[in-house]
Design a protein around this ligand. Structure first.
Ligand code: AMP
Length: 422
């Protein structure tokens, strides 16, 4: 039967056992970020629309076409966040976190929302893992976050990846370049798509964000920002490259990498998968030296990256940790009560136990334990109950032993240890 209500186009349910993979990936991200001194931050999913218009940029695809915006009951314009950085900047200013010792290092997990055309690897609700650093100007930090991103992808078992880097200059050198770019792009305007013709008027740098293969080919011949950097930006870029070399990371300079947002200055980067099609960017980020100031905060530079969990999980070679389930098989009301009591004690000792309430035969319960791939079953009937014991059965070998009630936890712990040392 076809259900009449289904998930909204471009969104999807993440179901067990796939959720185990998500948990594992999130746990690995957390472990890596904390090893590099990052702290978790959590901000609301809904924000004032103005936050993104101001920071993400009025001429970006995200703001012009992709935001989920609505007016709430108080008449305020609210947006489901399409990206994370503006929220962090808002929180830093609102709570004056900039008064803490810098640099500030934060990480975050959560859903983002963009009303884009859904396709493989592109959703309307997707999940990002973000990191942000504020208050560090040294180009070594640009390289450090790229190194951390690359290491994280290694930990996630991502093979065949490539690091792309670029510099998009600063307020010193970019305006001259944009003037030149506009003049050159005017010459090929007729061949560009409607969106690009509009981009050309508003912000020619956004031409490089176009997803149309036709436009991508045509704009290849346009001048590249990397050839027009001022001395300071060039020095910064050279330093970032030296630090990448120091880490022994191989990378490619990609002069078209302008990253779809208005606030980037100097370094931009992406790590792409060579195993994916059109939507191959696993993560992307860069430096934003003036974003805090744009929001009326202090002049503190920032940088960071966002990783798309859906895309990364589609190429990650990780396996969920195998869980050890203890399944209770009981016969009769009294045995059920004792099983529940044992279950409760074992859960408090950190074991995963399961007991079901249906009154079923021994055979049916054992076959359920098999289906659930239980490591052990604990069998309790009237005889066992009278003797204060239970039968502990190892499911793969079929070996069974008698265990007094008060020793169940200790024996399971020993068995678990033995298994780990195998
Ligand atoms: P961005 O915020 O656009 O720089 O994106 C950072 C990362 O988020 C990308 O490299 C992707 O992995 C992921 N991502 C961005 N947009 C989508 C989307 N619509 N669906 C799935 N993942 C996305």
């Amino acid at each position: 039967m076809k259900p009449s209500l289904t998930a909204i186009k471009g969104t999807k349910d993440i179901l067990p056992p796939e959720t185990k993979l998500w948990q594992k990936a999130e746990w690995l991200c957390r472990e890596v970020f904390e090893a590099y001194g990052y702290q978790e931050i959590r901000t609301p999913i809904i924000e004032p629309t103005e936050l993104f218009v101001k920071g993400t940029g009025e001429t970006t695809d995200i703001v012009t076409k992709e935001m989920y915006t609505f007016v709430d009951k108080g008449g305020r314009s609210i947006t489901l966040r399409p990206e994370y950085t503006p929220s962090v900047v808002r929180a830093i200013i609102e709570h004056r976190l900039y008064l803490q010792a810098s640099p500030l290092r934060f990480y975050y997990f959560g859903p983002m929302f963009r009303h884009d055309r859904p396709q493989k690897g592109r959703y309307r609700q997707f999940h990002q893992v973000d990191i942000e650093v504020f208050g560090e100007t040294d180009p070594a930090i640009d390289a450090e976050i790229i190194e951390m991103a690359d290491y994280l992808l290694d930990r996630l078992g991502v093979k065949n990846k490539k690091i792309l880097v670029n510099s998009v200059g600063c307020s010193n050198c970019r305006p001259n370049y944009v003037t030149l770019l506009r003049a050159k792009a005017e010459e090929i305007k007729e061949r560009l798509c409607k969106d690009c013709q509009r981009r050309l008027e508003l912000n020619p740098l956004r031409l490089f964000d176009c997803k149309e293969p036709g436009c991508q080919a045509i704009t290849q011949s346009l001048p590249k920002i990397i050839d027009y950097l001022c001395r300071d930006c060039l020095t910064h870029f050279e330093n970032v490259r030296q630090w990448l070399d120091f880490y022994g990371l191989s990378y490619q300079i990609e002069p078209r990498l302008v990253r779809g947002l208005d606030y980037y200055t100097r370094t931009t980067f992406e790590i792409i998968s060579l195993e994916l099609g059109a939507q191959n960017a696993l993560l992307g980020g860069g430096r934003y030296d003036h974003l805090m100031k744009i929001y009326g905060g202090p002049d503190i530079c920032g940088l960071g990256f966002a990783l798309g969990l859906e895309r990364v999980l589609s190429v990650a070679q990780i396996k969920p940790d195998k869980e050890k389930l203890i399944y209770f098989v009981y016969l009769g009301e009294k045995a059920k009560k004792k099983s529940l009591q044992l279950c409760r004690e074992l859960r408090r000792q950190g074991f995963t136990t399961l007991l079901e309430y249906k009154d079923r035969s021994l055979k049916a319960q054992l076959s359920r334990a098999n289906k659930l791939a239980a490591t052990w079953t604990i069998i309790l009937g009237e005889d066992e109950l009278n003797q204060g014991i239970c039968q502990l059965k190892e499911m793969t070998s079929g070996q069974q032993k008698t265990v007094p009630f008060d020793q169940v936890g200790t024996i399971l712990r020993t068995l678990e240890k033995d298994e780990k040392n195998k």
